[in-house]
Design a protein around this ligand. Structure first.
Ligand SMILES: C[S@@+](CC[C@H](N)C(=O)[O-])C[C@H]1O[C@@H](n2cnc3c(N)ncnc32)[C@H](O)[C@@H]1O
Length: 293
C-alpha cells in the first residue's frame, strides 16, 4: 500500500464523527478502561497545578478533562477540544450530569487552531496521533500555552509492543491486503495511532514546534481487551489497525471474515485469563515545556 499524504483533517474528521464514534461508544468500556490506566499514571507523575488553565487535546468523551478539572480545583478551568462534534456533545452532557462546573468543551481541529489561551497545561491521551500535519498542530498547541507551560502527551509506542493490536493486524494481513487510501470510499482515521511511536520523530516534531525540555518516558502496562473471547474479537474488528484494514477493504474482506474471526478467536483464547483477555501494551508519556516565541 502506498502511504497517503494527508493535507488536512477532513477525512479523519468524517471518520471520527461517524463510524469511529459509533465503535468507540460500543467498546467504550474496554477501550477507555485500558486508556485510563495510562492516563492516570501520566497525570499522577506530571499533574497540573491547582488553579491552572488546562487544555485537553482530542478529548473524546472528555473523561480526562473532567479528571483534570477536579485536580485543579474550582480556581482552575479545563477545556476539552475534539474535532468530532458527537464526542463533544457526549462530553458536555456527561459533565452536566456529573455536575462538574469548571469544565467546558469545544469542537476544534487542533491543526487549524485551538481556543485562545494562554493555558498553563496541555494534556492529551491518545489525542495527537491523527493530525495530517502534526508539526503545524503542535505549533498551535505551543502557541496556546504560556511560555513555560507544560505539555503532557500520552501516545502509543511501537505497534510490535502493543500485542493485541499487532497480532490482530498480522492475522488480518494473512487474508486481506489493506487497500490504498485512494482506492476506498471509507474515510481513514488519518496517519493513525502509531504515528508518534518513533521517539526521534516525536521529539523532533515538538522541538520544531517550539517546545523545550522534551522527555519521553516509556510506560508498559497490561491491559484488558475484553472480559470474554467474543468481546475481544469484536474489539479487534472494531478499533485499531486490524479493524481499519477490514473496514477499508469493505466487501473485499467479507469472503474471508470467517477465517479472520476464527484466527482472532484462537488468539484471544491463548491470551484469556480468569479476568479477561490481558495483553502487554506500551506508551510514551511525552512531556515538554512551551518555549518563548
Ligand atoms: C483515540 S481517540 C482518544 C480520545 C480520548 N483522548 C481518550 O483517551 O479516550 C482520538 C481522539 O482524537 C480526536 N481527534 C482526531 N483528530 C483531531 C484533530 N485534528 N483535532 C482535534 N481532535 C482530533 C478524535 O475525534 C478522537 O476523539
Amino acid at each position: 500500500m502506498a502511504d497517503k499524504v494527508y493535507v488536512d483533517n477532513a477525512e479523519a474528521t468524517e471518520a471520527w464523527n461517524g463510524v469511529l464514534f459509533d465503535r468507540f461508544v460500543e467498546y467504550r468500556d474496554v477501550l477507555v478502561t485500558a486508556l485510563t490506566s495510562f492516563g492516570d499514571d501520566a497525570i499522577r507523575n506530571d499533574p497540573p497545578e491547582t488553579g491552572d488553565r488546562v487544555l485537553d487535546l482530542g478529548c473524546g468523551f472528555g473523561d480526562t478533562t473532567r479528571q483534570l478539572a477536579q485536580l485543579i480545583g474550582p480556581e482552575g478551568s479545563a477545556l476539552g477540544v475534539d474535532v468530532a462534534e458527537r464526542f463533544i456533545e457526549t462530553a458536555r452532557a456527561e459533565a452536566a450530569a456529573e455536575g462538574v462546573a469548571n469544565v467546558e468543551y469545544e469542537v476544534a481541529d487542533v491543526q487549524e487552531g485551538v481556543p485562545e489561551g494562554p493555558f498553563d497545561y496541555a494534556f492529551a491521551r491518545m489525542g495527537t496521533m491523527f493530525f495530517a500535519n502534526p508539526g503545524a498542530a503542535m505549533r498551535k498547541v505551543r502557541g496556546a500555552l504560556r511560555t513555560g507551560g507544560k505539555l503532557c502527551n500520552v501516545v502509543w509506542r511501537q505497534k510490535a509492543e502493543n500485542e493485541w493490536f499487532y497480532r490482530s493486524e498480522l492475522i488480518v494481513d494473512r487474508y486481506v491486503e489493506r487497500p490504498d487510501a485512494d482506492d476506498t470510499d471509507e474515510p481513514t482515521c488519518g496517519p493513525g495511532p502509531f504515528s508518534m511511536a518513533n521517539a526521534d520523530t516525536t521529539s523532533g516534531i515538538l522541538h520544531g514546534a517550539g517546545f523545550e525540555q522534551i522527555t519521553l518516558r516509556r510506560l508498559d502496562l497490561d491491559v484488558n481487551m475484553g472480559s470474554t473471547v467474543d468481546r475481544a474479537v469484536g474489539m479487534a474488528l472494531a478499533i485499531g489497525p486490524a479493524a481499519e484494514t477490514v473496514r477499508l477493504a469493505g466487501d473485499g474482506a467479507e469472503h474471508v471474515r470467517g477465517e479472520i474471526e476464527r484466527d482472532l478467536k484462537a488468539l484471544a483464547e491463548e491470551l484469556l485469563t480468569p479476568d479477561g483477555v490481558i495483553v502487554p501494551a506500551s506508551v510514551w508519556v511525552v512531556t515538554a515545556r512551551a518555549g518563548a516565541d
